[in-house]
Write a protein that binds this ligand. Structure first.
Ligand SMILES: Cc1ncc(C[n+]2csc(CCOP(=O)(O)OP(=O)(O)O)c2C)c(N)n1
Ligand SMILES: [Mg+2]
Length: 326
């Protein structure tokens, strides 16, 4: 880890603000589903918040991101507006895709959120295509592809890393290793002890970081972004984390190791980050509490807005299927 890229106090506070939003948004999502106000497939990212918040703090609105079904934390961190997001997951016309994407297929190109995919392993080849576009047009935009540990056993992961390395594409492969792929543990399904080591086969840097540590995660992200932006090519980041809930909402998670889960929740990275900011004098308890109350108010507004928005008309069904020829 290179400390030359450590986040300053202002950046740490900005990262915490995102982290607090992501945590509160996950909690609110589960409450709204449990209340019966909204029915949707929901893949909780609770426990993984630090990764996208730190990654996004190193990017601009012009940079691109391709995420997956467990990716609402990525989208919020990259700047998707809360109201538009909630209207989309509720399938309403005010959503980012006019309600036609739903919770697993959101896009928001204004902030570089290009695709959300439910096909395991497919974020990487799509990210390569976007990054190749940036390379051909000569801009310095960087593309991030996020995916899980399970996705690194899919052929597309290996094909994508190879091509990105050969063509020196400005892409960052960001693996969120939460130790489970659906109901299977990482050890049972993955031959490599460290996913980062797989980068060696593709002649690119591979770094394993504690994805629950904002300073470490930010430093790794900065280094990868600088490398991609300056034409040196891709990086594989393996960010270690843990998924606090089952694979999808309603999953009884009996297959998860109880002691491992309890230990991970006891080391919840969000309150730990919060306590550190206070201890180091970056913010006061009152300042953070005010920030969190503001987030709750924004969530109240976003949920009410989404649930009051109408469903799309039937004639929307055949619209937006093909783009206009250039
Ligand atoms: C090509 C493909 N195979 C299988 C599935 C079913 N599936 C959905 S999520 C998932 C687990 C993926 O685990 P991981 O990549 O670790 O991501 P996580 O859900 O842990 O974030 C599987 C097997 C799928 N969606 N796509
Ligand atoms: Mg996983």
């Amino acid at each position: 880890m290179t400390s030359q890229f450590a986040p300053d106090r202002t950046t740490q506070l900005a990262i915490y603000k995102q982290v607090a939003l992501l945590k509160a948004n996950d909690e609110r999502s589960r409450q709204v589903i449990m209340s019966g106000r909204l029915v949707m497939p929901y893949y909780s990212y609770r426990g993984q918040e630090i990764i996208p918040a730190a990654m996004a703090a190193t990017l601009s609105d012009q940079d691109y991101w391709v995420t997956i079904y467990r990716g609402i934390h990525d989208m919020l961190a990259k700047g998707m507006p809360l109201k538009d997001l909630w209207a989309e997951i509720a399938g309403r016309v005010d959503g980012t895709c006019k309600g036609k994407g739903g919770p697993m297929h959101l896009t928001y190109p204004d902030k570089g959120i290009m695709v959300t995919t439910g096909v395991v392993g497919s974020s990487m080849p799509i990210a390569n295509g976007i990054a190749w576009g940036s390379q051909l047009s000569g801009n310095d935009r960087v593309t991030v592809a996020t995916f899980g540990d399970g996705a690194t056993n899919i052929g597309a992961f290996h094909e994508s890393l190879n091509l990105a390395s050969v063509w020196k594409l400005p892409v960052i492969f960001l693996c969120q290793n939460n130790l489970y792929g659906e109901h299977t543990t990482y050890e049972k399904a993955t031959s490599a002890r460290r996913i980062a080591d797989r980068a060696v086969a593709y002649d690119m840097p591979g770094v394993r970081v504690n994805g629950n540590d904002p300073v470490e995660m930010y430093a790794a992200a900065r280094e990868a972004v600088e490398r991609a932006r300056s034409g040196k090519g891709p990086t594989l980041i393996e960010a270690m984390t843990f998924r606090f809930h089952g694979h999808v909402f309603g999953d009884a998670d009996a297959y998860m190791d109880k002691a491992q889960k309890e230990a991970a929740i006891a080391a919840d990275p969000v309150p730990m980050f919060r306590a550190r900011l206070i201890a180091e004098g970056v913010a006061t308890e009152a300042e953070l509490a005010a920030m969190e109350a503001e987030i709750e108010a924004q969530l109240d507004e976003a949920v009410d807005f989404a649930l009051a928005s109408p469903f799309p008309d039937l004639d929307e069904l055949t619209k937006d299927v093909y783009g206009e020829p250039a």
